[in-house]
Design a protein around this ligand. Sequence first.
Ligand SMILES: Cc1cc2nc3c(=O)[nH]c(=O)nc-3n(C[C@H](O)[C@H](O)[C@H](O)COP(=O)(O)OP(=O)(O)OC[C@H]3O[C@@H](n4cnc5c(N)ncnc54)[C@H](O)[C@@H]3O)c2cc1C
Length: 281
Amino acid sequence: MRLVEEVAAPATIQEATAFMKRRPDCVPWAGGTVLSTDDDAWPQSGPVPLMDIRNLTELKGINRSSVYVEIGSAATLNAIIRLPGGLGLGMLRETCLSAGTAFTRNLATLGGNLCTTHRFMSCMPVLYCMDASLELREHGAQRWYGLGRLVDENGKPRPLNGALLTRVRIPQASWSTWAVRPIGTYRYPHPQAATFAAAARFEHGALAELRIASAGSVLVRERAIELSLVGKKLPLQNRDVEDFAQGLLDKAIALGSAGDFAERIAGLAAAFLDRAPEEAL
Ligand SMILES: Cc1cc2nc3c(=O)[nH]c(=O)nc-3n(C[C@H](O)[C@H](O)[C@H](O)COP(=O)(O)OP(=O)(O)OC[C@H]3O[C@@H](n4cnc5c(N)ncnc54)[C@H](O)[C@@H]3O)c2cc1C
């Protein structure tokens, strides 16, 4: 663990915002399951101010409308697992359920899962597939962003630097099929653990929507590659699936993924797409 030079424990978002304005270099502490176990999760420079956000009950709420579910950034993974079915959150709930033990999931938060600055954790590719957006408080203002706000141009985590993630909004979409799988043999919290996620919707015998992403040290996703298959009749042609998998492999390698890792991503994508026609019947 890094040296801490000042600790704040705000009770309201306003207090948190005021502290972040004074100390934009502060590190928010949510569940602490990453910060307390992984030195690489801390800024590499000297002592840092810490902002303990565990008392911010405003960040723990989960609300829903007819079109989306909004999850407070400090909602725990167990709180997400306990949500009722029928909200279109199956992918996210399964991902939360596979994270650590019940003890870890009682501390671990969705915000902490998304805001790690040294690598991506397992909810990131899943929420990409679910087309989630993020509410941030920065410089005293409240703004919504796409998930891309957390990813830089090289596919690596983009630190929030003085901003607080407050809510995650997930559209209530119904998918015909989805999958979340570990990539390779390592499991969290191992530094090389990574996750593959995919979701597809079929309409009138064709692929109407497709999302595929994987995340470890980099986030691999490419809307243009997904769109190359959208609208195609089912079952997909082998050639189309092969081209898709090759496109994903090229993208993963371009982002610096190791060859075997990139091949696993492409293999999982091809297996998901091969299965898709069966699901459509
Ligand atoms: C045994 C074990 C198993 C695990 N299994 C998994 C797994 O299967 N999948 C997985 O994804 N993870 C796993 N983890 C890692 C971790 O538990 C989760 O990723 C968890 O969701 C992190 O949340 P946290 O609240 O504990 O994060 P913290 O440690 O509190 O914070 C993590 C990072 O996010 C930042 N942060 C937190 N909240 C905010 C916010 N609101 N705004 C801005 N920045 C913020 C922090 O400053 C820090 O940089 C595991 C950990 C352990 C110990």
